[in-house]
Write a protein that binds this ligand. Structure first.
Ligand code: ADP
Ligand code: ZN
Length: 211
């Protein structure tokens, strides 16, 4: 089962992606995680990506598409994969069609009023990637799951979040229509309820789908 996860920044893609990948035994591929790892390691791709991610802009398509195209040739993709954060515009979607066969697109709709606060208050575990919101941490600085240190992503500030949401609206949202026309969209609604609630809904649909 090869899936795409669509949704605005802050919709909860990362959290749902981890749960989906675990339940269905497929690989979670996050282009954002790939870029952050490269930035941390100071690779050539990292140096290039940094200037874009820091402004909330998309890393150039040629670079991003080449990374994903290569990643999908790895052995572990044989059992299926979940693309999180790719494609992000029509060009990337068209490119993906030339090297992948997608079975479904999980689209998380969410009230955009929730997103600014969610993203600016987000804290992420350095070790396992789990997300938290400052309002629920009560000053705690370590991860409940693994004890790892929590940090704030450099692009989770009001200015950059504004740019990321604009990019989503202009470039990524049209993909909902693109995949609807192909009959691939599975629609869900995110909310302030715990992530488990949304995952329950996604699971109910994907369990039937995976058969
Ligand atoms: P979010 O969905 O929370 O904004 P991601 O972790 O998916 O964040 O991505 C972080 C940043 O990495 C993006 O703002 C962008 O700069 C870059 N990026 C991730 N995926 C892509 C992509 N498919 N194309 C271009 N840039 C990307
Ligand atoms: Zn952790």
């Amino acid at each position: 089962m090869n899936l795409i996860l669509l949704g605005a920044p802050g919709a909860g893609k990362g959290t749902q992606a981890t749960k989906i990948a675990e339940r269905y035994g497929i690989v979670h591929i996050s282009t954002g995680d790939i870029f952050r790892a490269n930035i941390k390691m100071g690779t050539e791709i990292g140096l290039l990506a940094k200037s874009y991610t820091e402004q909330g802009l998309l890393v150039p398509d040629e670079v991003t598409c080449a990374i994903v195209k290569d990643r999908l040739t790895w052995e572990d993709c044989q059992k299926g994969y979940l693309l999180d954060g790719f494609p992000r515009n029509l060009y990337q979607a068209e490119q993906l069609d030339t090297f992948a066969k997608i079975d479904g697109v999980v689209n998380i709709n969410i009230d955009h009023k929730l997103l600014m606060d969610r993203l600016c208050g987000r804290r992420v575990c350095k070790e396992c990637g789990e997300s938290y919101h400052v309002s629920t941490l009560g000053g705690k600085t370590t991860c409940d799951r693994c004890g790892g240190e929590l940090y704030q992503r450099k692009d989770d500030n009001p200015e950059t979040v504004g740019a990321r949401l604009a990019v989503y609206n202009e470039q990524t949202a049209p993909l909902i229509d693109y995949y609807s026309k192909k009959g691939l969209i599975l629609n869900f609604t995110g909310s302030e309820a715990p992530a488990e609630v949304l995952f329950g809904e996604i699971k109910a649909v994907l369990d039937k789908f995976a058969k």
